[in-house]
Design a binder for this molecule. Structure first.
Ligand code: AMP
Ligand code: ZN
Length: 112
């Protein structure tokens, strides 16, 4: 999608610290990390967020979900990690291209 930051990152038009990519997914470091490890997992396909998911995306979502564990292990997060998906303005979503935050490491902040 034109003028979408994460589409441009997926296409390599804007640089990012990518740690994994395949035909469907790109994983890169958040530019403003909230934890020792803070990655963003995005589909290459432009989907604004969870509210845009349809049954045609089921295989993509399963692929993304099953990627989280090996990526966490690759990042040294054997003892645990947190995943967050912000949805919509009131959900704190700032970039309207679906992404999963993968956070881990010491001093993971709590909620509230
Ligand atoms: P959200 O609030 O869930 O939409 O999260 C958007 C995230 O994207 C924030 O954590 C930002 O720090 C991150 N972000 C914004 N621009 C970039 C960028 N150019 N490269 C990497 N991460 C970014
Ligand atoms: Zn996009």
């Amino acid at each position: 999608m034109k003028d979408c930051l994460f589409c441009k990152i997926a296409a390599g038009e804007i640089p990012a610290d990518k740690i994994y990519e395949d035909e469907q997914v790109v994983v890169f470091r958040d530019i403003n990390p909230k934890a020792e490890v803070h990655l963003l997992i995005i589909p290459r396909e432009h989907l604004a967020g969870l509210n845009e998911l349809e049954s045609e995306h089921d295989a993509l979502i399963a692929h993304i979900m099953r990627l989280i564990h090996p990526i966490a292990i690759d990042q040294g997060l054997e003892s645990g990690y947190r995943t967050i998906i912000n949805t919509g303005k009131d959900g704190g979503q700032e970039v309207f291209h679906l992404h999963i935050h993968l956070l881990g490491g010491r001093n993971l902040p709590g909620f509230g």
